[in-house]
Design a binder for this molecule. Structure first.
Ligand SMILES: [Zn+2]
Length: 183
């Protein structure tokens, strides 16, 4: 059912020291649904010419912070939205809002997968490699999602809504951003 589009991956760096607290710009994923106010950028033809047909864009990333205390490393893994560079072309376009919310939910699914898998790593180098692989798989799913969901079907097909919500539920044990490991 899925075909995979290989597109250039978003360049994301592994942020080891950044805060995970919400700021004016950064919003960490929660159960709260996004609103139009969360999309603080305004669409501009010249700035956003790379997306001539897009109706909206959510910039999101999986952030990883790490703290070492004694022999225990704590990874804090969060799906974050960058509000200041996310936009919806037309305020009131609820189909696009729902569509962008689904992208954010997919990002949280992969953050949960990373929290689950990182426990089996044996070093920070391995953890970083796992993060890279996870974000690559995440990008593939975003592309797949975009190939099957657009404005004409209300932003997200029902089967995708269920698919996303079911996986969030299945990964409920991994919703805590903090993962402690002893290497
Ligand atoms: Zn999309």
């Amino acid at each position: 059912m899925r075909h995979i589009l290989i597109l250039a991956c978003t360049v994301i760096s592994l942020l080891l020291c950044a805060s995970t607290e919400d700021t004016e710009d950064i919003l960490c994923w929660t159960e709260r649904r996004l609103t139009f106010e969360d999309f603080k950028a305004v669409y501009n033809d010249s700035i956003h010419k790379a997306y001539p047909t897009a109706l909206g864009l959510i910039e999101k990333t999986i952030r990883v912070n790490s703290k070492l205390k004694g022999d225990t490393i704590t990874y804090v893994i969060t799906a974050c939205m960058k509000r200041n560079i996310s936009w919806i072309k037309m305020i009131g376009d609820s189909a696009t809002l729902i569509h962008e919310q689904a992208h954010f939910d997919i990002c949280e699914i992969y953050a949960r997968i990373l929290r689950r898998e990182i426990k089996s790593t044996t070093s920070k180098v391995e953890a970083k490699a796992l993060w890279k692989l996870t974000t690559k798989n995440e990008e593939i799913e975003h592309d797949c999602f975009d190939s099957e969901n657009c404005h004409v079907n209300g932003g997200v097909k029902q089967e995708w809504q269920s698919y996303i919500q079911n996986r969030l539920k299945e990964l409920d044990n991994f919703k805590d951003p903090a993962v402690k490991i002893v290497y």
